[in-house]
Design a protein around this ligand. Structure first.
Ligand SMILES: NC(=O)C1=CN([C@@H]2O[C@H](COP(=O)(O)OP(=O)(O)OC[C@H]3O[C@@H](n4cnc5c(N)ncnc54)[C@H](OP(=O)(O)O)[C@@H]3O)[C@@H](O)[C@H]2O)C=CC1
Ligand SMILES: O=C(O)C(=O)CO
Length: 324
């Protein structure tokens, strides 16, 4: 069915695999010039008849949604929909769809990359050698025989668990809704505190919600064995960044590897800037061609199916009640 409608992508581009689906359906696709600008988002929604948003990382607030009289559906390009005010969308009868699983392999691979880079000080040594210094005294640590604690054991966490087992690590996990472990050899902890106390490495793989903002701060780092490693490819706001910087400076943490920060892009005055034992990437864990294709086509398909009035029974929806 050919339709006449407008889709706003909150980025400067969309992978061809999604774009083709939209264009074949007759959509006019528009983009943002500054993908992190809430101001630009509001301006577009106020001035153009947008029917659907494909949401990347910019905040989609109640105020922004209220600017539009035509918005019918929000389709998250990815998994973590914490940047979307789902309660406000629900009040307006707007469903929020997302695309579980399609980026999990890429995110798990980045998690392992950050873990190895942090444990073996790879990024720091690389900079040293490029700068003409042959520094061989910064010993990294071996992971075999160490314990990794996973907070969240969903699509990403499970993949990370399997690779860590192959590295010879003991794998523990905390996920409140799990009563039995879904993976052979992965032991469940009864509480986050228990996980923290027993983990040489902690890796975050849970969604950000209003309840778990600042899940990790000074008190939680103090519970961990001295010299532990933190990996965060989930969301920056799960971690108090000032406490993280201090733990890295005092040696309470040996190193950290993070792909997400509280504010993105990382602001000039951030406590995290310049720390030698911090490996940091700009929220790109899911930015491989394979994952981008999966997210773009999944997000496009979700909004098209919804606008065509098809059954959304099998689609992942953050506010399924509006579909009834
Ligand atoms: N850096 C990046 O580019 C990317 C980041 N992400 C982030 O990673 C997160 C995980 O992704 P993914 O594995 O695909 O998501 P999943 O939904 O598959 O897994 C999340 C898991 O976390 C569990 N969980 C929920 N609340 C808690 C809690 N308080 N403590 C411990 N576990 C909890 C969930 O359990 P239950 O379902 O029972 O509630 C679920 O098993 C996403 O929410 C997203 O924020 C994801 C993709 C890309
Ligand atoms: O899928 C997600 O949650 C992402 O962060 C993708 O960038």
């Amino acid at each position: 069915m050919h339709m006449n409608f407008k889709v706003l992508v909150t980025a400067t581009e969309l992978a061809t695999e999604g774009l083709v689906l939209l264009e074949q359906a007759g959509a006019k696709v528009i983009y943002m010039q500054e993908p992190e600008s809430t101001h630009e988002l509001s301006l577009i929604l106020a001035s153009q008849a947008v029917d659907a948003i494909i949401a990347r990382t910019v905040t989609i607030s109640a105020e922004a949604m209220a600017k539009s009289c035509t918005l019918k559906v929000i389709s998250k390009h990815g998994v973590g929909f914490n940047n979307i005010d789902v309660a406000a969308a629900t009040a307006l009868g707007i469903p929020v769809f997302f695309t579980p699983g399609v980026n999990a392999a890429s995110v798990a691979e980045m998690t392992i990359g950050l873990l190895l880079a942090a444990a073996r000080r790879i990024s720091w040594m690389d900079k040293e050698v490029h700068a003409g210094r042959w520094s061989r005294l910064q010993h990294g640590i071996e992971l075999q025989g160490k314990t990794i604690g996973l907070v969240g054991l969903g699509q990403v966490g499970r993949r990370v668990a399997l690779v860590c087992q192959a590295l010879g690590m003991r794998v523990l996990a905390f996920s409140p809704s799990l009563k039995t472990s879904p993976l052979h050899g992965v032991e469940l902890c009864a509480s986050l505190a228990q996980l923290l106390q027993t983990s040489d490495v902690l890796s975050l793989h849970l969604p950000l919600t209003a309840q778990n903002k600042n899940l990790l701060g000074a008190a939680q780092f103090a519970l961990m064995p001295r010299g532990a490693i933190l990996i965060n490819t989930a969301r920056g706001e799960l971690v108090n960044e000032v406490a993280l910087a201090e733990a890295l400076q005092t040696g309470q943490l040996f190193a950290a590897g993070i792909d997400t920060t509280v504010q993105e892009p990382l602001p000039d005055g951030s406590a995290l800037r310049g720390l030698q034992n911090l490996v940091i990437t700009p929220h790109v864990a899911a930015s491989t061609p394979a994952a981008l294709a999966g997210m773009a086509s999944g997000a496009a398909r979700n909004l098209l199916d919804f606008l065509r009035g098809q059954s959304m029974q099998h689609a992942a929806c953050a506010n399924r009640q509006v579909l009834r």
